[in-house]
Design a protein around this ligand. Structure first.
Ligand code: GRF
Length: 209
């Protein structure tokens, strides 16, 4: 497979989005495969899922570095070892710094309809606000918190008796399918970015304009 199909996936938790990508990439026509899984912490189910699939893993803990800049450089160097064409932040609970963002396109997924409810508690914040429709967003990462150009979104209803866990699971069912679809299409068809507008298709490989 060419470099175009190489994914490094970053996780911090249960890794069900990672698993969806692993399952999709079992079909060669998907066009992408996970070549490594990185995390910012040990002992998470996402790393177990990667190991069970025979995928190399690495852990870079922020606390093991004297400064944030050192961690930023270390994780970028580790990602670079796997020569990815796309980095997928799939429930990775750290903001990536310039060394990673300048070297690779990074796709991120968020369990709310951005620009509403960014940050670590998007599901809780949407529920507390009383919205009746929420959803998920796949976007290109930039230096901000969930501020990058939006690639795709889907809506999910909020039901009267929802709590955060129930709503998050309903969102994640949609989120996994959307992430798999968008990663596959970006890898197979390429994409362009013009300002905040992302378009998939009509070229091979990702390019910013
Ligand atoms: C996803 O909803 C992601 O958007 C959010 O955390 C969840 C990660 O789920 N940031 P998983 O680890 O892929 O199961």
């Amino acid at each position: 497979m060419s470099k175009a199909g190489r994914l490094v996936v970053l996780v911090s938790g249960s890794g069900t989005n990672l698993q969806a990508l692993l399952d999709a990439s079992a079909d060669p026509s998907y066009g992408a495969r996970v070549v490594a899984v990185g995390a910012d912490r040990d002992g998470i189910e996402g790393l177990v899922k990667a190991s069970k699939a025979g995928i190399p893993t690495f852990v870079e803990k922020l606390g093991n570095y004297p400064t944030r800049a050192d961690w930023d450089a270390a994780i970028a160097a580790k990602i670079a070892e796997y020569d990815p064409s796309l980095v997928v932040s799939a429930g990775f609970m750290k903001i990536l710094g310039a060394p990673t963002l300048e070297a690779f396109p990074v796709l991120n997924t968020h369990p709310a309809l951005l620009p509403s409810f960014p940050g670590a508690h998007g599901v809780r914040d949407a529920l507390a606000h009383g919205v009746k429709v929420t959803g998920c967003t796949v976007m290109l990462a930039d230096a901000g918190v969930d501020t990058g150009p939006i690639v795709a979104q889907e809506t999910v209803p909020v039901l009267p008796d929802d709590d955060e866990a129930v709503l998050h699971e309903r969102i994640k069912t949609v989120e996994r399918r959307l992430l798999v679809e968008i990663v596959g299409r970006m890898v197979r068809e390429g994409w362009t970015v013009s300002g905040r507008i992302v378009r998939i298709g009509n070229q091979t490989g990702g390019e910013s304009t």
